[in-house]
Ligand binder design. Structure first.
Ligand code: AP5
Length: 210
């Protein structure tokens, strides 16, 4: 089965591109952010543990995230392939993923300036139920506050508050940039210009994947 990994700073567009790849290629999208938010929403022990790390913009401990991904990969709906969004984020996670066999592996690094990514986060809205991603100006839900996909509540994410965003960028630079270099060394990394409209960025990715 094919594996794609989306890298990029907070707000670079990983989730948005993952949704489009899923729509057009039928690959499952696995977002650790969505998995963790779902755990919080249902009040599970894992969610309770993850919550404080996420709210202040830190990383959830490796062993918890690795275990949740292991459970997700075992679900048996990944025959065509899958796209990872937000995982791996540390070298320990990268090694855990490398140990999972795949027919092929491609990592895509969305390069966007920090200023642009922050502008996007300030305008982002997401669905609490299904994680669908919106933008106040570029992609508002058809009915304000209501998800087009599942009818759930659409609102800003708690960790898009300014202090948490600053911390997420620091953590990204310290913990996740080395992971991008790890994939560069494995010669599976493609850098994609993540600036421009979502449609134009997606076109670059689509060409790469096709
Ligand atoms: P996660 O949910 O993965 O957040 P993130 O990596 O910070 O990335 P974002 O979801 O903020 O941004 P994105 O790149 O997906 O951008 P999006 O497509 O939404 O993780 C959240 C937290 O969970 C972490 O901080 C951590 O605590 C924890 N966590 C998750 N995974 C973990 C792991 N592996 N290990 C440990 N902890 C983990 O786009 C943003 C906005 O821009 C949207 O409004 C969108 O509509 C808009 N947009 C997208 N593309 C464009 C474009 N080209 N032009 C204009 N607007 C655009």
């Amino acid at each position: 089965m094919k594996r794609f990994i989306l890298f990029g700073a907070p707000g670079s567009g990983k989730g948005t591109m993952g949704e489009l790849i899923q729509r057009d290629f039928g690959y499952a999208k696995i977002s650790t952010g969505d998995i963790l938010r779902a755990e919080i929403e249902r009040g599970s022990a894992d969610g309770l543990r993850a919550r404080s790390f996420m709210e202040d913009g830190g990383l959830v401990p490796d062993e918890l995230v690795i275990e949740l991904v292991r459970q997700r990969l075992e679900r048996g709906d990944l025959d065509g392939g899958y796209v990872m969004d937000g995982y791996p984020r540390t070298l320990v996670q990268a090694e855990a993923l490398t140990a999972v066999p795949s027919e092929s592996e491609r990592a895509i690094f969305l390069e966007v300036s920090e200023a642009e990514a922050i502008r996007r986060l300030q305008a982002r809205l997401t669905c609490r139920e299904c994680g669908a991603i919106y933008h106040r100006e570029n992609k508002p839900p058809r009915q304000a506050g209501v998800c087009d996909v599942c009818g759930g509540a659409v609102e800003p994410r708690a960790d898009d508050a300014a202090a948490a965003v600053r911390r997420r960028f620091r953590v990204y630079a310290r913990r996740t940039l080395p992971v991008i270099r790890y994939y560069e060394h494995r010669q599976v990394l493609a850098r994609v210009d993540g600036n421009g409209t979502a449609a134009s960025v997606y076109e670059r990715i689509r060409e790469l994947i096709s």
